[in-house]
Ligand binder design. Structure first.
Ligand SMILES: Nc1ncnc2c1ncn2[C@@H]1O[C@H](COP(=O)(O)OP(=O)(O)OP(=O)(O)O)[C@@H](O)[C@H]1O
Ligand SMILES: [Mg+2]
Length: 418
């Protein structure tokens, strides 16, 4: 029988390191891939930007997209390709476009997750538009900022309602600081959120399909040290809460690839930032955890492409709401949401696919991440980010952390068991 050809597209912006690793490993991994009695020939290429006819076909089976959140031509091409050509993309572009960080807070409050108290504030100032004055004069209520500050309590965090890479995030300790931050916020619409401080732990849980990786995170450290390299720092119960929380959020919003930041205080994990559907994928921040990401990405994209997994074009929140309306404890509730997530991600079928068809990934990855190609990928990324006199030192640092991963984890399957 003829081989079945599948095409994977990488829709990229400034990414350097992870595509090099993904492409190199993909070629080795799929040299002899069979599915359903047929050889599967996998091609991978980088998606280019050009004019397109809305009716033109799409050659990809799956697109791994990193551009949609800010580059509209690619976003509109992707939306056309889903609607007209049945493309599978991670992540759902409509959801990415319309569900801001603010909406993600609302949704997870509705599902009963312990999101800190949060207010939304109208903007301090406006770009003038035709109907603005009439609207504000009639309907904008004067409000007392200190009263809102008292309701939320101090410390609090003020941050743009749409998120955005730590831009415009301010810790607020008292009413004066609140006023200063609001005055400085300009035309941005801001959320004011109760701080979870002090916290006992800060975890960033990255989800890719049903796969998760829980990373101990230190937001106060320099960028290259924020992702800590601790292992086994969570109790199994805590790990499960974080995993279920992340899968709930990702399945709810149709995000295959997203990260969830949660803070532990008095035994409760509070998610505070979980609309990050273009998660950091660079070796310069992930270092030790970078191989996991590449492996998880390979597994999920190949599963989607080889088994022709259908993308859910609509979100369908009703099953989640039905669980929310039951009288369940938080862990039980999370487990019930996660069950919906597993159904949507087809976790069992995925696990089976990985076992049957990708068993050689661990060995290939172990070799690859110690190779000169890997070192060069690190070097290229570091050279793009660091001043020339630091390039060698930081290349060595990140490469050595990847080697540490090889020593500690590389010879075993990944902790999440795929
Ligand atoms: N409610 C909170 N309690 C405690 N710390 C908070 C809270 N909200 C934000 N922070 C702190 O501020 C940082 C940035 O806030 P947040 O993650 O919401 O914004 P962001 O713009 O999405 O940042 P990034 O893109 O880097 O994740 C957090 O990593 C955390 O250290
Ligand atoms: Mg954040």
């Amino acid at each position: 029988m003829d081989a079945r050809k599948v095409n994977i597209g990488l829709s990229l912006g400034a990414d350097i390191c992870w595509p090099i690793c993904y492409e190199s490993l993909l070629a080795a991994l799929t040299r002899d891939l069979h599915y359903d009695g047929r050889r599967v020939e996998v091609h991978c290429e980088r998606v280019t930007i050009e004019p397109f006819n809305l009716r033109q076909p799409v050659k990809y089976d799956v697109v791994i997209d990193r551009l949609t959140h800010w580059y509209s031509t690619s976003r509109e091409w992707i939306k056309k390709a889903i609607v007209l050509n049945d493309l599978y993309v991670y992540n759902n572009p409509w959801s990415l476009q319309s569900n801001e960080k603010h909406t993600s807070y609302c949704a997870m409050m509705r599902l009963g997750l312990p999101i800190p108290e949060t207010f939304m504030l109208p903007p301090k100032s406006y770009d003038v538009t035709d109907d603005l004055e009439a609207t504000l004069r009639q309907y904008a209520r004067l409000f007392s900022l200190p009263e809102i500050g008292d309701k939320i309590g101090y410390p609090a965090f003020m941050k743009p309602y749409h998120g955005g890479g730590w831009k415009g995030v301010t810790k607020i300790d008292d009413a004066e600081a609140l006023q200063r931050a609001y005055d400085a916020s300009g035309t941005e619409v801001m959320n004011l959120q109760a701080a979870v401080l002090p916290y006992e732990r800060f975890v960033r849980c990255v989800g890719l399909g049903p796969q998760t990786r829980k990373v101990n995170y230190d937001p106060g450290a320099p960028l290259h040290d924020r992702y800590r390299m601790d292992r086994d720092f969570l109790t199994p119960a805590d790990a499960k809460v974080l995993e279920d929380t992340t899968l709930t959020i990702n399945a709810f919003f149709g995000w295959d690839f997203n990260s969830c930041e949660a803070l532990l205080r008095d035994g409760i994990w509070h998610p505070i930032d979980f609309a990050n559907a273009c998660p950091d994928s660079q070796v310069t921040s992930l270092h030790y955890h970078f191989p996991w990401l590449i492996k998880a990405n390979l597994r999920w994209s190949l599963f989607v492409a080889a088994t022709d997994k259908k993308m859910r074009k609509t979100l369908d929140w009703d099953p989640f709401y039905a669980v929310a309306d039951r009288d369940l404890s938080l862990p039980d509730r999370l487990e019930a949401y996660a069950a919906i997530a597993h159904e949507r991600f087809e976790t069992e079928r995925f696990r089976d696919f990985c076992r049957t068809h990708l068993g050689h990934l661990d060995e290939l990855a172990y070799e690859f991440f110690g190779s000169p190609t890997m070192r060069d990928a690190v070097h290229q990324k570091v050279a793009a980010l660091f001043p020339p006199h630091e390039v060698e030192e930081f290349t060595e640092l990140f490469f050595s952390r990847v080697q540490k991963w090889r020593e500690e984890e590389g010879r075993h399957g990944d902790q999440d068991g795929f």
